[in-house]
Design a protein around this ligand. Structure first.
Ligand code: PXL
Length: 272
């Protein structure tokens, strides 16, 4: 069974981060080995939250893994709780990532706004981390942060999104997937590689939901690790999220408890 180390937080409410990576990767027939960056009562988009930063435990936690002499087929990173965690993750990738695909979801912000626990300093470190990745999955706001561009200008000129994404390609970073690009009726994910770009469109159902970026990165990471093409993995992720949103009745513009993805795990179990 292929193994994926997932470095992300554990949130008690919000259906995000490890709470979605674990069931999703398991449904895809992969072993998900979690490294918690923080433990939260609920994700930070709720009015209040309690967070325990796990930074001081990461080195001894990972040291035990070093003793086991394990390797990973993929490494996926998400929400980080401190700048120091980036240095620890860079060391982790050097040690365990010799034969791994490295996925970095540069979790920092959404809809033009930084998440509560993020600031400019940690964003600089996240930028460093993306340079080690083979595949990155920023949303549009995160793409702008990575490129040092004004989000409000970019949403007025979406024709530049492809150019911005390709500026992040390198010898190491072969694929940039810009997620959740919204128009009035559609929401699209743009795949940019050296050889060209492609877009996966879905109907835009309105609203904004916790955890959909984490569901996306988990499905894409799982799919590609299993041998799917990038396009097919992104299509599966978009379809899975679309079905999950339809199954999530909400009156809110922003749903902090995320989407009801559980009934649709069968889509992932059956995916080839
Ligand atoms: O889904 C991104 C995310 C992950 N983890 C935590 C968060 C957020 C977004 O708000 O607060 C704890």
């Amino acid at each position: 069974m292929k193994r994926i180390a997932v470095i992300n937080d554990l949130s008690g409410f919000g259906k995000c981060s490890l709470s979605v990576a674990l069931p999703i990767l398991s449904a895809m027939g992969l072993e998900c080995n979690p490294i918690p960056t923080a433990i939260l009562s609920n994700q930070t988009g709720f009015d209040n939250f309690h967070s325990v930063d796990f930074t001081d435990h990461l080195i001894p936690y990972i040291d035990m893994w070093k003793k086991q002499n394990v390797q990973f087929d993929a490494i996926l990173t998400g929400y980080l709780a401190s700048e120091k965690q980036v240095d620890i993750i860079l060391d982790f990738i050097d040690h365990f990532g010799k034969n791994s695909l490295v996925f970095v979801d540069p979790v920092m912000a959404d809809d033009g706004v930084l998440y509560d626990t993020y600031d400019e300093k940690i964003c600089e470190k996240v930028k460093m981390l993306t340079k080690k990745a083979n595949i990155i999955t920023p949303n549009l706001t995160e793409l702008c942060i990575l490129c040092g561009t004004d989000y409000n200008e970019v949403i007025k000129h979406p024709e530049y999104i492809g150019e911005l994404a390709s500026s992040l390609l390198s010898e190491t970073t072969k694929t940039v997937i810009v997620t959740g690009i919204k128009s009035r009726t559609e929401i699209s994910n743009l795949i940019v590689e050296k050889s060209g770009s492609s877009i996966v469109f879905s109907e835009f159902l309105g609203g904004s939901y916790s955890g959909t970026g984490d569901i996306f990165s988990s499905v894409v990471c799982g799919g590609i690790t299993k041998g799917m093409s990038v396009f097919d993995a992104v299509t599966l992720a978009a379809d899975f999220i679309y079905c999950s949103i339809i199954n999530t009745p909400t009156e809110l513009d922003y749903e902090p408890n995320g989407v009801n993805f559980q009934k649709h795990l069968e889509m992932l179990i059956n995916a080839k």
